[in-house]
Design a binder for this molecule. Structure first.
Ligand code: AMP
Ligand code: GLY
Length: 417
């Protein structure tokens, strides 16, 4: 098969890495890709949002299947445009992408199907927001409805912070249209877990669990990021949690999606908060997550390309998914300053202490004349598998000592549970 992966992060490098190993893969392209994908696929200089150019490329190059990494092209309707041209693509159409691109849409869906989630009120004016605040205690969570690159969620500790978040979103239009509708939500305590489900013709095929680390600082402090570390499986989940998630919640989601006609072939990524009462849904994403993909795909022993192909074909079965017994973990090396301002184009070097058991996936790198440079806030995902998280930690943190670039920053507590 001739395959096109769209995007340029660690998730896309992980997808390319796994797809390139499939005997079914004849040719692999990545648009636009990064310094890591360049080593295993042909990078194409088309941006992920340039839908007409991507359609043209897929037709010209007889692409058999396209896999979309990031959320923005999905929300823009890339799948609709590919399907109009009878091009096979893995991802939700624009209507189904609302499961990620509108938090109000998702909350209404969860309520309608009695799926556990935080209590919420969704509002469309600042005045409504002020009024609704009275129904909550603090902290309260203020969420812009639309896609805000991970910056649209504010955990307000008091009324002043909540009002200021509402004002920024609804009056000052910090996120433009995306923040004109807001969801106010009860704050949930607990720990988070993520589960990717393959979705095919109305059926959900949940994968192994993962945990990501969203905060930049050790001990889960500081600003929210796209994710700076992850492990899979999520060993914090008990058998009871797993039963609730896999046997109760996921079947309800499946039923809801069918009843609502939300049919697509792609990924439904479910973010959970687990507390004393059990699992509640925080959010849906309609794509693979970054950095969870870096670990979940290492845990997966099945042929990923075959899974993607079968999902689009409608022939996927539960037994197509199988996993190794290892614990997997990744630590993300970031540029100093991320998630705020940071500098790019710093030379990256590797010493020979890095052994072959370590998998280095690139998040934000660019290759120039045989040299590798930083090209983003998240730069590299250092991944390893082992019997336990402790073994993974030992391997990964040892390898990191052999990597350098100016401003290299990372959390030292990934995998400490
Ligand atoms: P979301 O994009 O809705 O997943 O929100 C981003 C992050 O904000 C989540 O991964 C949580 O860490 C945090 N968050 C969102 N909603 C809540 C909530 N109701 N209670 C506590 N934390 C939350
Ligand atoms: N790791 C969370 C995300 O991809 O949005």
């Amino acid at each position: 098969m001739r395959v096109l992966v769209i995007g340029q992060g660690g998730r896309e490098h992980a997808l390319c890495h796994k797809i390139s190993k499939s005997p079914l893969c004849e040719k692999l392209y990545c648009a636009p890709g990064n310094g890591g994908t360049a080593q295993i696929a042909e990078n194409i200089s088309i941006q992920a949002e340039d839908i007409p150019a991507l359609v043209h490329f897929a037709k010209q190059n007889r692409i058999d299947i396209t896999v979309v990494g990031p959320e923005v092209p999905l929300a823009l309707g890339i799948v609709d445009e590919f399907q109009k041209e009878s091009l096979r693509i893995f991802g939700p159409d624009r209507s189904c992408a609302r499961l990620e691109s509108s938090k109000a849409f998702t909350k209404d869906f969860l309520m309608k199907y009695h799926i556990p989630t935080a209590r919420y009120v969704s509002v469309t004016t600042f005045e409504e927001g002020m009024e609704a605040l009275r129904q909550f205690t603090y902290p309260v969570v203020v969420k812009a409805d639309g896609l805000c690159a991970g910056k649209g969620v504010v955990i307000a500790e008091n009324k002043e912070e909540a009002v200021s978040a509402l004002k920024e979103m609804m009056v000052e239009s910090r996120f433009g249209e995306e923040g004109h509708q807001v969801v106010l939500e009860e704050f949930l305590k607990g720990f988070e877990a993520s589960i990717f489900c393959f979705v095919s013709k109305g059926r959900l095929f949940p994968m192994v669990s993962a945990k990501d680390y969203k905060k930049i600082g050790e001990g889960d402090t500081g600003l929210n990021t796209g994710g700076v570390g992850a492990f899979s499986p999520n060993i914090l989940l008990t058998e009871e949690h797993r039963k609730q998630i896999y046997e109760k919640i996921i079947p309800k989601i499946e039923e809801g999606l069918i009843r609502e006609g939300l049919l697509f072939d792609g990924i439904l990524f479910i973010g959970f908060m687990i507390d004393g009462e059990g699992a509640k849904i925080l959010e849906f994403n309609a794509r693979f997550g970054d950095p969870e993909t870096q670990v979940v795909l290492q845990k997966l022993d099945s042929d990923l390309l075959e899974l993607l192909d079968k999902a689009v074909e409608g022939t996927l079965q539960k037994q197509d998914f199988y996993y190794n017994n290892l614990q997997w973990m990744t630590v993300i090396l970031t540029s100093k300053g991320y998630p705020g301002n940071y500098e790019k184009v710093k030379l990256i070097t590797f010493s020979d202490i890095i052994d072959s058991e370590i998998l280095i996936l690139h998040n934000g790198t660019v290759q120039k004349d045989d040299k590798l440079f930083t090209d983003g806030g998240r730069v590299l995902s250092i991944c390893a598998g082992g019997e336990t998280l402790e073994v993974c930690r030992e391997k990964i943190y040892r390898a990191i000592k052999g990597i350098s670039f100016e401003g290299l920053t990372y959390r030292k507590d990934i995998g400490c549970v």
